[in-house]
Design a protein around this ligand. Structure first.
Ligand code: XIL
Length: 314
């Protein structure tokens, strides 16, 4: 059988990717699935601010280096995730009140990460989850202290550090029409007009089995590419209420197929990343109590019907 990555490349896309990190790569079953099935990896946590700069100017790349060397030795591309985000952000940053100080801190953080992995990271999620559901910008230390300017500033700094990396703005709940999707399109259009080096929009796609929006996923991808930028499905999972039933697993198969087919059919959708290998390590049960089983392999590392759904769509 042909890998998911080989299938998606035949369909003209760049990669089929997965989120992982040393804690999951350490498990032999996971390492072998990542190696065999996927062409790209995203660090699930190891490149976030709390891991890489837990106190000021005290950088720690122990975990992210492991992920990067795995990718190099196994011939995988890397989606860097993420430079500027309100979450998993240490206290020493959230308490800054001076614009001059915050601008310097943001510049050092972005420049240090992007420079360290220059030439090795094909996409960077430069800013993550900057929107509220109503399409306005989300409150964060960055917005409070620097205003909307922190967004173009972050892209310019990242671009200066690695001019070859494709720079993304990433968010969730862009899976249905509405103010958040329109807010994203409007912001990206403004950035492009101002000549800001932004190259792609990431739609996370944390979905729920049977959600009525899934059949329209292709339409939202088309809305995003109307900006002229490329898009990527960056964190795909499709969760369900537990306990798992055969019926829900069959519906999950169809939902995965619809999302992957949507990317296949939209020319400027460059790739799909699933947010983990096995249901055993997924973030879903911790974040959404009562829900789980969102990925392509079950807790025993066996392929689920969802895997067939993806395969059938490519
Ligand atoms: C999640 C990780 O999967 C968890 O391990 C961690 O505890 C919290 O973050 N949107 C994102 C990702 O952009 O970084 C998040 O990852 C999931 C939601």
């Amino acid at each position: 059988a042909c890998s998911l990555d080989a299938h998606i490349k035949k369909a003209g896309k760049e990669y089929f990717g997965v989120a992982t990190d040393p804690n999951t790569l350490n498990i032999p079953e996971i390492a072998s699935i990542v190696d065999q099935e996927f062409g790209s990896v995203t660090p699930e946590n190891s490149m976030k601010w709390d891991s890489t700069e837990p106190s000021q100017n005290n950088f720690n790349f122990a975990k992210s280096d492991i992920l990067v060397s795995f990718a190099q030795s196994h011939n995988k591309t890397i989606r860097g995730h993420t430079l500027i985000w309100h979450s998993q952000l240490p206290n020493w940053v959230t308490t800054i009140t001076s614009p001059t100080v915050l601008r310097a801190v943001l510049t050092t953080h972005i420049t240090t990460l992007v420079t360290r992995y220059k030439g090795l990271i094909h996409h960077w999620d430069v800013v993550n989850e900057v929107f509220n559901e109503d399409g306005s910008l989300r409150d964060s230390v960055f917005l409070r202290v620097l205003g909307e300017e922190y967004i173009p500033l972050s892209f310019r700094i990242a671009h200066a550090a690695d001019p070859d990396a494709r720079l993304y703005i990433n968010d969730y709940n862009l899976d249905f029409s509405g103010p958040k999707l329109e807010g994203m399109v409007a912001l990206v259009n403004r950035l492009v007009q101002q000549g800001v080096p932004v190259h792609g929009i990431g739609t996370q796609a944390h979905l729920v089995v049977g959600n009525g929006a899934i059949p329209y996923f292709r339409g939202t991808l088309e809305r995003l590419v109307s900006t002229g930028l490329e898009v990527a499905v960056t964190e795909l999972d499709v969760r369900m209420a537990v306990p798992v039933t055969e019926e829900r697993l069959r519906r999950q198969r169809e939902d995965y197929a619809l999302v992957v087919k949507a990317c296949r059919e939209v020319q400027r959708c460059v790739g799909v990343t699933v947010w983990g290998v096995s249901d055993k390590h997924s973030w879903v049960p911790n974040t959404f109590p009562g829900q789980g089983a969102a990925l392509l392999w079950d807790e025993e590392y066996k392929k689920k019907l969802a895997y067939e759904g993806v395969e059938s769509a490519l």
